[in-house]
Design a protein around this ligand. Structure first.
Ligand code: ZN
Length: 133
């Protein structure tokens, strides 16, 4: 099963809080289904309810992932004020079917909620994952 280190979850939450009311976005990487690295990218969308990773930073992240001999295991973004399920735009623009699609919802600011999904050909399935210390 996919697992993610707690410190990475905390970094996603901090990133989401910093970018609020905009969405934040980034790439998660690791090995053997364990997410150990986070690349916090710039969201270049001006529309607060969307995100688009800055292409140059995305390329840099991919290069770094290669250099460290890791795999891209997830993409994340935040929903600053809506539930943590993929929006129609998220589903339409899920370009990496083999990568877990993480959404962090800050709908309840005191209780950030991280969910993961698999989106294949516009079909959404929630994906279970473990948080490891
Ligand atoms: Zn979204």
């Amino acid at each position: 099963m996919l697992a993610i280190k707690r410190e990475i979850v905390e970094k996603i939450i901090a990133h989401a809080r910093n970018e609020k009311p905009k969405e934040c976005c980034g790439i998660l990487a690791g090995k053997d289904n364990l997410i150990t690295h986070i690349f916090q990218l710039t969201n270049i969308q001006t529309d607060p309810d969307r995100y688009e990773m800055k292409p140059e930073e995305q390329v840099q992240a991919f290069e770094e992932i290669d250099r460290l001999n890791l795999e891209m295991l997830g993409i994340y973004h935040s929903h600053p004020h809506s539930p943590g399920s993929p929006s129609p735009v998220d589903i339409m623009r899920a370009f990496y079917p083999t990568t877990a699609f993480f959404i962090l919802s800050l709908q309840n600011p005191e209780k950030p909620e991280l969910k993961a999904f698999e989106i294949v050909k516009r079909k959404v399935r929630e994906k279970r994952f473990k948080i490891l210390v």
